[in-house]
Design a protein around this ligand. Structure first.
Ligand code: C5P
Length: 244
């Protein structure tokens, strides 16, 4: 069982919107609820850093889900820019390798040295996308073995590089925590409250099930953003988590 504000602060709402106006409507509807806001590439490419600043001014914590993957020097620069922007969390692909992940951390540190008032963002790795199945990973990407093994291997390398955690399917949380320790954070999408539509997610868990696996944050998009009353939808999730 989680306390009300603790439950809210561990829910990340995926603001998957094409423009800032649509995102603002949702943000207004959720006003006063201390959830995390996840800004992904669709909204960030359309709305840019200004909208992230706007969310910060409203007091939200922001997870910038832009999944950086490039040569180390470029990722270092990207990490430096998003740290200066004031995001609370961002992610990079573990497939970029340990050098690339360490370069991201160097970019973070450089920003903090330039402006000690900034807070250090949580940096997490994307392991194997949940949309990648075993066949795609084995045949197209060329990584052998089961997906779960690749996920844990990536998580270990992310930890070795000094990252704080990974994005993963809730099904993988126990294995990741066993390999990397409880304090290595997991952020899990693929969450569906009981009775809500699966849409294009296949292996899903309810919020309660995901927290029972030991996850640190759950990412929820359409069950909140697509609800007739998004505020009622998130409050119902918080209520369930608080009472169980
Ligand atoms: O609407 P829904 O709850 O399915 O949204 C899930 C969010 O989590 C989306 O923003 C999606 O991009 C993100 N995500 C995911 N699976 C991953 C990584 C990120 O669903 N493996």
């Amino acid at each position: 069982m989680l306390a009300g504000n603790d439950a809210a602060s561990r829910i990340m709402v995926a603001l998957d919107y094409p423009d800032v106006d649509a995102a603002r409507v949702l943000v207004r509807q959720l006003e006063g609820i201390p959830c995390y806001m996840k800004v992904g590439m669709q909204l960030f490419y359309a709305a840019g850093p200004e909208f992230v600043k706007e969310l910060k001014q409203h007091g939200y914590r922001v997870f910038l889900d832009v999944k950086m993957h490039d040569i180390p020097n470029t990722v270092k620069g990207g990490a430096n820019s998003v740290t200066k922007l004031g995001v609370d969390m961002f992610n990079i692909h573990a497939a970029g390798g340990v050098n690339m992940m360490q370069a991201a951390l160097e970019g973070v540190e450089a920003a903090l040295r330039d402006n000690p008032e900034l807070t250090r963002p949580t940096v997490i790795a994307v392991t194997q996308l949940t949309s990648t199945d075993g066949r795609t990973m084995n045949e197209e990407i060329g990584i052998q073995g089961p997906v779960e093994e690749a996920v844990v291997r990536y998580a270990r390398f992310a930890q070795q590089a000094g990252l704080d955690g990974v994005v993963a399917s809730p099904q993988e949380v126990i294995r990741i925590k066993a390999a990397c320790g409880e304090s290595f954070q997991t952020v899990t999408p693929g969450i569906r409250p009981a009775g809500s539509e699966l849409l294009d997610q296949s292996r899903v868990m309810t919020p309660q099930e995901a927290f029972a696996q030991g996850t640190d944050y759950i990412v929820i998009g359409r069950p909140i953003t697509g609800a007739k009353d998004p505020r009622a939808a998130i409050l119902a999730i918080i209520e369930e988590l608080t009472n169980k």
